[in-house]
Design a protein around this ligand. Structure first.
Ligand code: ADP
Ligand code: MG
Length: 306
């Protein structure tokens, strides 16, 4: 087990930020950590990285307790904070050598040039950090987080604020890094989790509301509200013709003869709709099951629906 969080609570003064949170991250996993603003993601990540202490509970990283053995924990953890604070006046190499010095790395020069190669900073390596694009600054942040060869990487919103190209590059880089390291990354972007993470942990108001394989979390949302089918008829249909049908909870006219029809449960209602059309001499021009997205799951679990 790389990260083990047991019954963690955190208060900032009176303000609760985490409420009895437990989670585990196995060695080699890439886990997505999701939640709305203020949910407690950064707080959790700061505790795992030994930046702030928990108010209650036990956190272990690679078997070391963050409160009792913080020196060891810091060796095993690389942390990329939210908003990636960097010294904009420093040169890329100068900064990374400075960080290497903090970690007392032998032959810092060698390690810095290795890191520059690993994160693809080659063309920008002689610039000041302030002169870099946001994407390249994130690469500096990732190099900083990995320079001491930690086993576990904690990345707090590593792709926020990047343009689509930079985003893709950084995702690729994290995916590559994830083949060798245990990674916990927080994000707002659902596709990111689908693309990169095997598991997803959703936190809301300081409590875990989902913790499962990405596909399973999406499935749970499907069962929550019942299946949805989108259908187009060739003629006008009234809502009160559709809603009395068995297995149908509601029907909503999208536009023209397009309807969005919700089932009462998990059953596939396409057959019922097709039969309805046949009985009334209507043609079905389109008939599709609407896939529930991870985003829907997120909205449902964090109560942000509608
Ligand atoms: P997230 O990263 O999910 O947006 P945070 O962990 O930053 O959430 O914040 C969780 C809660 O704790 C929020 O209500 C936030 O306002 C509060 N909080 C975070 N940091 C501090 C702090 N240093 N002092 C007081 N309250 C804080
Ligand atoms: Mg945050």
């Amino acid at each position: 087990m790389s990260v083990s969080v047991k019954n963690i609570s955190k208060f900032y003064g009176e303000q609760p930020a985490l409420d009895d949170v437990s989670l585990e991250i196995k060695t080699g996993e890439i886990v997505g950590f999701l939640g709305p603003n203020g949910a407690g993601k950064s707080t959790m990540m700061k505790i795992i990285s030994c930046f702030i202490p928990p108010s209650k509970g036990i956190v272990e990283v690679c078997g070391y307790n963050v409160m009792l053995d913080s020196i060891h924990v810091r060796k095993e953890v690389g942390y990329l904070p939210e908003h990636n604070p960097l010294y904009l006046e420093m040169y890329v190499k100068e900064y990374l050598e400075f960080i290497a010095g903090i970690h007392r790395i032998r032959s810092p020069w060698k390690r810095v040039s290795e890191m520059i190669g690993m994160v693809g900073l080659g063309p920008e390596q002689n610039k000041k950090i302030g002169a870099l694009s946001k994407g390249y600054r994130q690469r500096v942040g990732l190099a900083q987080a990995m320079i001491h060869s930690p086993k576990v990487l904690i990345l707090d919103e590593p792709t926020s604020g990047l343009d689509p190209n930079q985003l893709e590059d950084i995702r690729q880089l994290i995916k590559m890094i994830g083949t060798e390291k245990t990674v916990m990354l927080s994000t707002h972007i659902m596709q990111e989790v689908e693309a990169m993470c095997e598991r997803i942990i959703i936190i809301n108001r300081g409590r875990i509301v989902a913790n499962d394989k990405t596909g399973v979390v999406r499935k749970k949302a499907e069962t929550g509200t019942g299946n949805v089918v989108v259908v187009e008829f060739d003629k006008t249909v009234a809502r009160n013709q559709l809603t009395p049908l068995k297995g149908i909870r509601d029907a909503e006219n999208i536009k023209g003869n397009f309807w969005r029809i919700q089932a009462t449960g998990k059953e596939d209602i396409r057959g019922i709709i097709f039969q309805f059309a046949v009985d009334r001499n209507l043609q079905v021009l389109t008939l599709q099951k609407e896939e529930k997205s991870l985003e829907d799951a997120f909205k449902e679990l964090t109560g942000k629906k509608g």
